[in-house]
Ligand binder design. Structure first.
Ligand SMILES: *Cc1c(COP(=O)(O)O)cnc(C)c1O
Length: 392
């Protein structure tokens, strides 16, 4: 199916039918597989044996369909599905690194990603240098001949700074380092990360891929050699594999992801246009508006402003809370990429663990609200945001 376009692949890619020829992908809710005889069991366990299923931690037909469809979407050769986005981030980094290695990481990271880089990797003797991801000079100054990998989220949370994948990749590759990108905020629909130089792309599929708030999931994408040679041996023995049921939910999510993400983007742009310059706001952050400092980069890298926006209210936490509490359509939660619009106050929730200084450095003020735009009618969303701004 590699000759088909994205929206066709999202519906049909990776599908393998059983002897019943079902229309909808089957859920193979099985941990194991029966062998015809002892000789067949022995042969399957050989390193050089046939590439058939043995045990669901190693692989499962429903999970394999999901991996293939994700790889087609990203333009990657292969993928390994993981139990959550964090299992994917951890697997992507830990499978690659060993004691004595050096990595360079952007400092604006999702809290759990920061924990892995700052607390876990260093515990096992990996040296980490943090940089301001949007500043290519800092990446240039930080890489060394022993730098094994660089890691960043291509659009930062919650201030929506865009990191130049091609620019960082050129610097990393000049010292032979692998480029590992957490591309959640960019969404797999807009991503061309592999084409732009990423070696390994990681998604929390809990976000836009499920897109309906049901299951945790994740995926690591890259070359066949890297996924099967480096990632799979680590993942299959350490237990972070995706359940077949969740893989099925994600497969069904992929069927509609392009439609949902485009509708979400339409809503985000409508809200951004309607609220930019509003008297209750210090600033409105949306990479799809020409006023965004990296508008050109966002257009080049994603061809879109994405599904997220952030609003900084005048009047700090009190105003932000009044805004959140006045929202009638968007719900207060902390997931993102969902069909339902979700508002989050990062300073008191997702980024509460950071010190006041760290939050200030990352631009996470008390007035900042993160908005994950859903697929509701954009006119209703705009009206809801405007009335909530009045209430704030
Ligand atoms: C949510 C998220 C993760 C973690 O994903 P889970 O599925 O919750 O484990 C990692 N990185 C980013 C950027 C995320 O938004």
């Amino acid at each position: 199916m590699t000759d088909k376009r994205t929206r066709t692949n999202l519906v049909h890619g990776g599908t393998k039918r059983s002897q019943w020829n079902e229309v909808s992908e089957a859920i193979f809710l099985t941990q194991g597989f029966v062998y015809e005889n002892a000789e067949q069991a022995e042969a399957r366990f050989l390193e050089t044996g046939p590439d058939e299923f043995i045990y669901a931690r190693y692989g499962n037909p429903t999970v394999a369909m999901f991996e293939e469809r994700m790889a087609l979407l990203e333009g990657a050769e292969d993928g390994f599905a993981c139990a959550s986005g964090m299992a994917a981030v951890n697997g992507a980094l830990t499978s690659l690194l060993r004691a004595g290695d050096h990595i360079v990481s952007a400092k604006a990271l999702f809290g759990s990603c920061l924990y892995i880089v700052e607390e876990v990797l260093t515990r096992y003797g990996v040296e980490v240098t943090f940089v301001d991801g949007a500043n290519l000079d800092e990446w240039r100054a930080a890489v060394r001949p022993d730098t094994k990998a660089v890691f960043f989220e291509s659009m930062s949370n919650p201030t929506l700074e865009v990191i130049d994948i091609a620019g960082v990749a050129e610097i990393a590759h000049s010292v032979g380092a692998k480029v590992v990108v957490d591309n959640v905020f960019s969404t797999p629909v807009y991503s061309k990360a592999i084409e732009q130089g990423a070696d390994v792309v990681v998604y929390s599929t809990t976000k836009h891929v499920d897109g309906q708030g049901r299951c945790l999931g994740g995926v690591i994408l890259g070359t066949k050699e890297h996924i099967r040679g480096v990632v799979e041996p680590y993942m299959k023995h350490t237990g972070g594999s995706l359940s077949p049921f969740n893989a099925w939910v994600m497969l069904k999510g992929l069927e509609t992801i392009a439609l949902r993400v485009r509708a979400q983007t339409e809503g985000a742009l409508a809200i951004a246009k309607a609220t930019e310059g509003h008297e209750k706001l210090n600033r409105l952050i949306y990479p799809g508006l020409p006023s965004h400092a990296q508008y050109d980069l966002a257009q080049r890298q994603l061809g879109s402003g994405g599904t997220m926006l952030s609003l900084e209210l005048k009047g700090g936490k009190e105003a932000a809370f009044r805004f959140l509490n006045a929202m009638q359509i968007a719900v207060i939660s902390n997931n993102l990429g969902d069909a339902k619009s979700i508002v989050t106050h990062p300073a008191t929730t997702t980024h509460q663990r950071l010190s006041v200084e760290q939050r200030a450095e990352l631009g996470i003020s008390d007035g900042l609200v993160r908005f994950s735009v859903g697929i509701e009618d954009p006119a209703d969303l705009v009206a809801d945001v405007l009335q909530a701004l009045d209430a704030a």
